[in-house]
Design a protein around this ligand. Structure first.
Ligand SMILES: [Zn+2]
Ligand SMILES: [Zn+2]
Length: 542
């Protein structure tokens, strides 16, 4: 997730802008969690001095946290029309989401935020209207690239504005903060037009239905598939909520012009198989997305059958591989042909490879290079590359490091609180606040609840009650685990002389230990245990 801060001024009188405010997606390490967001406590403390949040493009890792976090900041937001449109469409779909006033800009525009004069520069990426930012201050200019690549023939929008970047380089650039995603890959990434040609070829030769899954924000790719379908005499169905939402926003801004109207799900069933193309969500293996429903044959109106084809016009985001493989397996088992990147050219990345990075450094010629956007391996490879390009100062920083760019040599001068907060249902909080550690332990070893009732003489009133959740039913010898736990609970009480049973808290702890030890003997794992001990006519202890 991306959230960069630029500050200007002395420590006690510093003004800020934020660039981007993105989310990350939770994996199995945070069961039940929907989204991960940046911990913005530093920004909240500096809110009075935060002049604006500027969004470079509408990928979730760059703008996905705005709706949830903006109410804590309530500062002006700047974004392109496509980003603003998507933000509004998202707001309409979420009850209680805030109305965020957005100042819309386009590539080429300049605007002032406090001491920062910002110029938006057109770049190419895998979504409409991405921009790089030239951030000018009285002591120097920072070029923040956002996500970009150089594609001389993009499917949508103009190519990366090298002329403008070169002119800004001529003025002199203090620092370049640049995308590292593909810094390990040599050469130049293929053009979106090459992908279009390849998809057209595949679709025109296909015999059954063709389903193409891609990121719903990749409007250029969706257009390319729709045009390929039209060329092959096929009609197109868009499936998935985010796909339809994207299409609404893109249509409003004119990005879908010249395409025939999309089909409805109801009409789809009447279409011969060789006349159908489906563009759908689910390229990341999301279990509730349209593709997963088709893979499980759960959709009431739309189905894929033997000989149909599914094209993954996408790349697996790290962490999603398992879900994607499961869906591919389900499709292949049903006789569906699965085509992915690597077999044929059905996808290109929206990020710069090394030859493109070189071009950027040649244009901008910064004094300082700051690799951004990537895992440690990418950031490190990018730093080495930038040194090789002869950049005088290259600084590797990590989350929370405050880097001084001016005056003097670039240097980390402070560390600010950063971290992750988790959106889980309607609430947002830290790992502790949301109980995620405990939830993970529950998913590993389950939970046992024990109720022990004593009479007035402190003797057991019948067997303890035990409820075990997420434990095996029986041990290796076939003994029921719940029975073993009941025996352990009763045994723990009975092993304590009656005259020492007055301390119910002590009994409770003894039962808890005994139950966990019994589970460990039978199973090899210790569940979380909650024990209540009550005494008739006395007080309970839980
Ligand atoms: Zn992006
Ligand atoms: Zn990104």
């Amino acid at each position: 997730m991306n959230l960069a801060l630029y500050g200007y001024g002395p420590e006690d009188d510093r003004e800020w802008i934020a660039v981007d405010c993105g989310v990350s997606f939770a994996g199995p390490e945070a069961p039940g969690v929907d989204l991960i967001m940046p911990d913005i406590r530093f920004l909240e403390a500096e809110r009075h001095a935060l002049k604006a949040i500027v969004i470079t493009h509408a990928h979730e890792d760059h703008y996905g946290a705005l709706l949830d976090l903006w109410p804590r900041l309530k500062v002006p937001v700047y974004a392109t029309a496509f980003t603003a449109g998507l933000l509004e469409a998202k707001r309409e779909g979420e009850t209680g989401a805030p109305q965020i006033p957005v100042t819309v800009f386009k590539a080429g525009d300049r605007f002032q935020c406090g001491p920062f004069s910002i110029e938006a520069i057109n770049v190419t990426h895998s979504i409409p209207e991405p921009v790089a930012l030239a951030i000018r201050t009285p002591v120097g200019t920072v070029v923040h690239t956002g996500d970009w690549k150089i594609d001389p023939t993009p499917a949508l929008g103009a190519p990366t504005d090298g002329e403008r970047l070169r002119a800004i380089g001529d003025e002199g650039v203090l620092a370049l903060v640049c995308d590292s995603t593909n810094a390990l890959r040599d050469g130049v990434s293929p053009s979106e037009t090459d992908v279009t040609r390849s998809l057209r070829d595949i679709i025109s030769k296909a015999e059954g239905r063709v389903a193409v899954t891609t990121f719903s924000s990749n409007i250029g790719r969706i257009r390319a598939v729709a045009q390929a379908a039209e060329g092959a005499g096929r009609q197109v169905l868009l499936m998935g909520r985010s796909m339809r939402r994207m299409n609404d926003v893109a249509s409003e801004l004119g990005y879908m012009e010249g395409l025939p109207p999309f089909l409805s799900e109801q009409d789809f069933g009447y279409l011969p198989r060789d006349k159908a193309v489906i563009i759908l969500t689910g390229s990341q293996g999301e279990p509730r997305a349209a593709l997963a429903k088709l893979a499980r044959d759960e959709h009431p109106e739309v189905a894929l059958s033997k000989g149909d084809m599914v094209i993954f016009s996408s790349r697996a985001i790290p962490g999603n591989e398992r879900g994607i493989i499961d869906i591919k397996n389900a499709l292949i088992d049903r006789g569906v042909i699965v085509l992915e990147d690597g077999e044929q050219l059905v996808h290109v990345s929206g990020h710069p490879r090394r030859s493109e990075l070189k071009q950027m450094y040649d244009w901008v010629r910064p004094k300082i290079a700051v690799p951004a956007h990537g895992e440690a391996a990418h950031l490190t490879a990018h730093a080495k590359f930038a040194r090789g390009q002869g950049v005088p100062e290259v600084v590797s920083i990590r989350n929370g490091r405050m880097l001084r760019l001016y005056p003097g040599p670039a240097e980390v001068i402070d560390e600010v609180p950063v971290g992750r907060v988790y959106k889980d249902g309607r609430l947002i909080g830290t790992i502790e606040e949301m109980g995620i550690d405990e939830r993970r332990r529950l998913s590993f070893a389950g939970h046992v609840c024990v109720l022990v009732q004593l009479n007035a003489q402190l003797e057991l009133r019948g067997e303890p009650d035990v409820v075990a959740l997420g434990l095996p039913e029986a041990d290796f010898d076939g003994e029921e685990i719940e029975d073993l736990l009941i025996d352990a609970a009763a045994g723990a009480i009975e092993s304590i002389p009656r005259n020492r049973r007055k301390d119910l808290a002590m009994l409770q702890e003894a039962v808890r230990r005994a139950v966990r030890a019994a589970a460990n003997d039978a199973w090899g794992k210790k569940p979380i245990a909650t024990v209540f001990v009550t005494q008739a006519g006395g007080k309970g202890q839980g």
